[in-house]
Design a protein. Structure first.
Length: 340
């Protein structure tokens, strides 16, 4: 199936670059371009595209306001194209929360002709076309029993990719203030994870922050792997601590879910629990299998509640998943397994 794509960006140069990159893929047809939301709205009605690429920052109605209207009035797969500035990261995280499929940083300088960037964008657009559009989540704070007490040796490890922003917001809204120490890898560009951690911190009872090298893993704290140049691993033997490791990508990613899960299997064994959530590819599947073989309880998000049933599907296929659950039931089960 050819993916009919509409490109929306206020920069003529960026519209041309994105259109050129996408047109190199035989499975994608760029059916139009628009320089502002008003023009885009007309073309959406006229052309009925399968996927939209959307600039975060545009004159008039900005990309976030336009995305909000799209998701309420005419839900469709949207890939955000953003700068790597702090403001761009804040807007991008909000866009993912609003229901955008994924977000790709704009190339810098001569990188616009980078074939890797073009393939990445094309793969993202095709995956968006195959994704399942779901109703937008309403941020909520679920009822958590005040009597909850985790085991002293409990540890939760979570991996996610595409669709993970919404999924993690929902999952962590069910965590109590004194949750077991929790480590997370969410595939995101550099600078985005700082913003995402701050947003999770505002929306959750536990304290959420980017992981810092050497930080002890404490109850009531959630540690998000920084995007970019390092892997996050769990090190030590009671008490555990965060370790950031500069190494080559694993399973195509840095930070890698596989790297984190394998370290948890080594450090915590059967006292840990692991969950693999929505995302493209297979990062985390082998690591989750290591955790299960070490005695940890493992959960995979089910297909019906995933935006992209990729990572959990691979994990289930290789026997890494002990139990598959819909997203709204995962937090309660993880906490149950960690209860004192």
């Amino acid at each position: 199936m050819t993916v009919r794509t509409l490109v929306v960006d206020d920069s003529l140069t960026m519209r041309a670059m994105i259109s050129h990159a996408l047109s190199q893929d035989n499975d994608i047809e760029v059916i139009g371009t628009a320089g502002d939301p008003n023009e885009a709205r007309s073309l959406i009605k006229e052309l009925n595209p399968d996927v939209l690429t959307l600039d975060v920052e545009m004159p008039g109605m900005n990309g976030l306001d336009f995305l909000d209207k799209i998701m309420r009035l005419r839900p469709m797969p949207v890939v955000m194209v953003s700068t790597l500035t702090g403001q761009g990261a804040e807007a991008s995280v909000r866009a993912l929360e609003l229901g955008a499929f994924d977000c790709l940083a704009k190339p810098e300088g001569g990188a616009s002709n980078d074939p890797y960037y073009g393939r990445t964008l094309a793969d993202m657009v095709k995956a968006a076309a195959r994704s399942i559009q779901r109703p937008r989540l309403q941020t909520r704070m679920a009822h958590v029993p005040t009597s909850y007490q985790p085991r002293a040796d409990a540890l939760i490890a979570i991996g996610a990719s595409t669709g993970g922003v919404e999924a993690l917001i929902e999952l962590l809204s069910d965590f109590p203030e004194n949750c077991p120490p929790t480590v997370i890898v969410q595939h995101m560009p550099p600078t985005f994870t700082t913003t995402f951690a701050a947003r999770l911190n505002r929306l959750s009872r536990p304290t959420v922050a980017e992981a810092v090298n050497g930080a002890p893993l404490l109850q009531g704290h959630v540690y998000l792997a920084p995007g970019g140049l390092q892997h996050l691993e769990v090190a030590g033997v009671g008490p555990w601590r965060c370790r950031l490791v500069g190494a080559d990508p694993m399973s195509g990613h840095r930070p890698s879910v596989d790297w984190l899960f394998r370290s948890v299997a080594r450090a915590a064994g059967g006292s840990a629990v692991g969950a693999i959530l929505t995302g493209m590819g297979g990062d985390g599947a082998e690591g989750l299998k290591d955790m299960r073989q070490a005695g940890a309880f493992t959960v995979g998000q089910d297909e019906e509640s995933c935006v992209v049933y990729g990572m959990p599907a691979v994990a289930k296929r290789i026997g890494a998943v002990e139990l598959q659950l819909p997203l709204p039931r995962i937090a309660a089960r993880l906490l149950q397994e960690c209860h004192a």
